[in-house]
Design a protein around this ligand. Structure first.
Ligand code: CO
Ligand code: ZN
Length: 326
């Protein structure tokens, strides 16, 4: 499975520019699924099985990134974050742009005093993109230029958020042989800029449940956020709530029951921040009961997002059993 994760995380796909990721996903799923389509805004939806209580699983294809907003002078540009990019993380990072240009981010500091001031309150006003002299178009998108690496059970890459969710869904359609109900695996666009794709992704289909697969904060680091309990390696996190939605209680209870019954490790997730596609799925049509299953991840929204392979595998197992527990 690590090859799929490597291919997906290293693929280029900031919000609004997901086509390469979508093409790769189509290649990965087209054989095991019974059908697929790309909707009018670019979401990819595939399905397998029939009857029962139809369910849709959604992972987002897009990743955070930057967009070029203005030219300063030759080879130097102003940028804006696409999704949650911290200026502190962007500073000194390498980016790859959609035309293949490799660039680096610097900050303005004409005096030592200005350096101190800007570093203590860094904003995109003080940052610039150095394209190594290359001329680029305004509106060009970019993502962190950092690849996949593994050390035993721990995997690191840019864009684990949420290509790891995409990889879980690819594995899911590959592993389910005789689904007891129709299920959809769907890959949404523009989650990072406001759950855009997920707002319409389930609309055309008759689904009775929706589950978003995404990453969540892992607090198992020195001085990790102490109001969070999630850790790497102890199983998928069944979300109770985040800042924008509260998971449907019946789905949460069923997910716990299925996990216990099948000896799949799990943890409960009570997140104080963030949100997932579940927040949009819940508000589709007359309302679709929705929840999120999360993969604990260190350093979310940085080029060094770390997950545990054990959690990834257990997430696939959990969803597989959930499909069959109709
Ligand atoms: Co994110
Ligand atoms: Zn995400």
């Amino acid at each position: 499975m690590d090859e799929i994760v490597k291919a997906l995380t290293e693929s280029f796909g900031p919000s609004g520019r997901e086509s390469k990721v979508r093409e790769l996903l189509i290649e990965l799923i087209k054989d095991p699924v019974h059908g697929y389509e790309v909707d009018k805004v670019g979401n990819l939806i595939a399905w397998k099985g029939e009857g029962g209580k139809p369910i849709i699983f959604v992972a987002h294809m897009d990743e955070i990134g930057i967009v070029v907003t203005n030219k300063i002078k030759n080879g130097f540009y102003r940028i804006e974050p696409v999704g949650g990019v911290s200026p502190y993380v962007a500073l000194s990072s390498r980016f790859v742009l959609e035309d293949g240009t490799i660039a680096v981010v610097g900050y303005e500091h004409e005096t030592a005093e200005e350096a101190k001031k800007n570093l203590s309150n860094l904003t995109f006003d003080h940052l610039y993109l150095d394209t190594l002299g290359k001329d680029i178009e305004l509106g060009t998108f970019g993502v962190y230029n950092r690849g996949f690496h593994k050390n035993g059970d721990l995997w690191i890459s840019k864009a684990m958020d949420d290509r790891i969710g995409c990889a879980v869904l690819v594995e899911l359609v590959r592993r389910v042989e005789k689904p007891k109900r129709k299920f959809y695996v769907a890959f949404s666009i523009q989650e990072e800029v406001g759950l855009v794709g997920a707002s319409v992704i389930a609309y055309p289909y008759d689904v009775e449940e929706a589950i978003a697969i995404d990453v969540t904060d892992s607090a198992d680091v020195p001085k990790g956020f102490k109001r969070h309990s999630m850790v790497l390696g102890e199983g998928p996190a069944i979300k109770i709530r985040d800042k924008i939605s509260i998971s449907d209680r019946r789905i949460v209870e069923k997910m716990v029951e299925v996990s216990k019954k099948n000896d799949i490790p799990y943890q409960m997730e009570v997140l104080t921040m963030g949100g997932t596609d579940a927040g949009a799925l819940m508000k589709t049509k007359g309302g679709i009961p929705s929840a999120t299953v999360s993969i604990p991840t260190r350093y979310i929204h940085t080029p060094g997002e770390v997950v545990s392979a054990k959690d990834v595998d257990n997430t696939v197992k959990m969803l597989l059993e959930y499909i069959q527990a109709v």
